[in-house]
Write a protein that binds this ligand. Structure first.
Ligand SMILES: NC(=O)c1ccc[n+]([C@@H]2O[C@H](COP(=O)([O-])OP(=O)(O)OC[C@H]3O[C@@H](n4cnc5c(N)ncnc54)[C@H](OP(=O)(O)O)[C@@H]3O)[C@@H](O)[C@H]2O)c1
Length: 302
């Protein structure tokens, strides 16, 4: 999982990689579509539009309740199953012995597939459990043990976690019962909250990072430094924010239910060598860092 160079020795942009090779050899597409808060017709329409535009990674979760419309979009696309990378997540309500297996079986059924490309533990905490309860760690371990079994059975091609902080990652890496180590950590990353230390730990442990809320849930699209960079490179603010994350070595899963918006997020447009953010432009975006969080905070979960 070597980080790719983003500029030639003459300082010209280089094409960014289309995939990240996970520790088990599975290729994770670096550009995907997020689907949080997209349901029914919206999810079906957005996923079909994304697939038609060439996006080959779809991020969902059992808690998003849109796996069935995603299945319908996949069927309508006519694409072979093997050409699309599907990520789903086991929710805090589904953690623990017995439940995690049932959760993955539900995911497989709703997505209409024999295997999922990536299953993540959505959240380090367990539903209806106080954040400071030791039960969280016990249930996390039980969940991982079941996911590991499903991985060995071939129902899941790769395994990962989401919203895991440094200590949750360290705990899983150190657990001797966790023979299959996490391949991915998906968490909030954008210029205001770049999470350099957590990303460094993931890199050190061979865990690929998938950034979420790259657009700051829409809010960062109007931020003056983003607008200035967009004007300088003649690209949209969304393309600038996604290129920032990709140049930082993350995979991205921006969300839109509007085909005209997601049409800007194809691999050639985001990964091409015909443009890039210079060191100065990256630094100007990095100067936005203030720790602001757009989504929920897992830092209190023991
Ligand atoms: N693992 C986790 O706990 C977790 C947490 C959060 C997110 N995620 C995943 O990451 C994905 C992305 O994160 P996110 O959806 O929270 O935030 P995001 O991708 O940063 O932003 C999505 C929002 O931006 C809006 N938007 C997109 N393009 C726009 C444009 N050109 N102009 C104006 N608004 C625009 C979208 O609205 P429209 O749809 O109306 O275009 C949507 O409201 C999620 O969908 C989900 O798959 C995972």
């Amino acid at each position: 999982m070597a980080a790719a160079a983003t500029a030639s020795s003459q300082g010209r942009p280089l094409a960014l990689p289309r995939t990240i090779t996970l520790r088990n050899g599975v290729e994770l597409p670096t550009v995907g579509l997020g689907t949080f808060k997209a349901g029914g017709d919206e999810a079906r329409g957005a996923v079909l539009a994304a697939l038609k535009a060439g996006i080959r990674h779809i991020d969902t979760a059992s808690i998003y309740k849109n796996e069935a419309p995603i299945r319908e979009a996949l069927a309508a696309s006519g694409l072979p199953r093997g050409s699309v990378f599907l990520t789903s997540k086991v929710s805090p309500y589904e953690q623990g012995a017995g439940r995690a297996r049932q959760a993955v079986e539900g995911i497989l059924e709703r997505l209409g597939t024999d295997y999922v490309d990536l299953v993540l533990v959505h959240w380090p905490g367990v539903a209806r459990t106080p954040p400071d309860s030791a039960a969280n760690a016990q249930q996390r371990a039980a969940t991982w043990s079941e996911l590991q079994q499903l991985y060995r059975e071939g129902r899941v091609r790769s395994l990962g976690v989401s919203n895991y902080e440094e200590r949750h990652v360290a705990e899983l890496m150190a657990d001797p019962a966790a023979e299959v180590k996490p391949m991915v950590n998906q968490f909030e990353v954008h210029p205001r909250r770049p999470r350099r230390e957590l990303r460094q730990l993931c890199k050190q442990e061979g865990i690929a990072v998938v950034a979420y809320a790259s657009l700051g849930c829409g809010d960062l699209l109007t931020a003056p430094p983003v607008r200035r960079a967009a004007a300088a490179v003649a690209r949209s603010p969304a393309q600038v924010l996604l290129r920032w994350a990709l140049q930082e070595g993350c995979a991205v899963i921006p969300k839109s239910v509007r085909p005209e918006r997601l049409a800007e997020w194809t691999e050639p447009q985001l990964l091409g060598a015909d443009w890039g953010l210079s060191g100065e432009q990256m630094a100007a975006l990095a100067a936005m860092e203030d720790g602001h969080k757009y989504c929920w905070d897992p830092s209190g979960i023991v």
